[in-house]
Ligand binder design. Structure first.
Ligand code: FES
Length: 227
């Protein structure tokens, strides 16, 4: 009888320790599952964030978003303005540059030529317009519009001086070629051509330098009208 009861105690102990082991295993499993789920959740947030940033860019503050929108709007306006210039040049044989009376000998007026390059308009000492490309023949910077005492304008990028009458660069300048002249005409207030000069220097009409008020300067698409 005593042996039986010993066996029963041993069996009970064995049963309890097995139950305890099972409970521990379940706890370990649950802890592992919770840790795994948390890791997956955190990982998914990180991936979602990367995904969002990849497609939509970094998250911006309100003021940064405002600045970004302004920059985009400015770019769009510049593109529209450029397209308008392009269309205007495609459809017109003459493009208005300035009233002749508004041109000066020492400060050039910038305008855009038929090739959509920056250009400069002056009035020469003889009262006749001078129109030149303002795109430096070295590496393409825009030359300045102020004329120095030698009748030159400066390209500030690598220091080339160009004579505004001939377009030629100073000796030893990085630029080796002259600035191109641009064909122009003068029109009176009835929009009749009274004078003109082509890019290669051929003149037509009254080139005396004495013009009526309201004379306006135009660039010309078709240079036949000035030769
Ligand atoms: S781009 Fe004008 S000097 Fe170089």
């Amino acid at each position: 009888m005593a042996e039986d009861s010993g066996d029963t105690v041993a069996k009970t102990d064995l049963g309890e320790s097995s139950l305890e082991r099972n409970a521990q295993a379940r706890r370990r499993f649950l802890r592992g599952a919770v840790a795994l789920a948390s890791g997956a959740f955190l990982l998914s947030i990180g991936i979602a964030d990367k995904f969002f940033r990849f497609f939509f860019g970094p998250r911006l503050s309100q003021s940064e978003e405002g600045e970004l929108l302004e920059t985009r709007l400015k770019r769009m306006q510049e593109t529209v303005a450029l397209k308008q210039l392009e269309l205007e040049r495609q459809h017109n044989n003459y493009i208005f540059v300035a009233e002749l009376s508004d041109l000066q000998a020492t400060t050039g007026k910038y305008f855009i030529d038929y090739e959509l390059r920056p250009a400069l308009a002056f009035v020469g000492r003889d009262g006749v317009p001078i129109l030149l490309s303002a795109k430096c023949t070295h590496l393409g910077c825009t030359v300045g519009n102020q004329v120095n005492e030698r009748n030159q304008v400066l390209c500030p990028c690598h220091v080339s001086y160009f004579d505004i009458e001939t377009g030629k660069p100073n000796p030893g300048a990085p630029a080796k070629l002259p600035l191109e002249h641009i064909s122009w005409v003068l029109m009176n207030k009835e929009r009749r051509i009274i004078a003109g000069r082509s890019a290669d220097g051929k003149g037509t009409g009254n080139l005396s330098g004495n013009y009526p008020p309201d004379t306006a300067v135009y660039i010309v698409k078709n240079t036949e009208s000035v030769s």
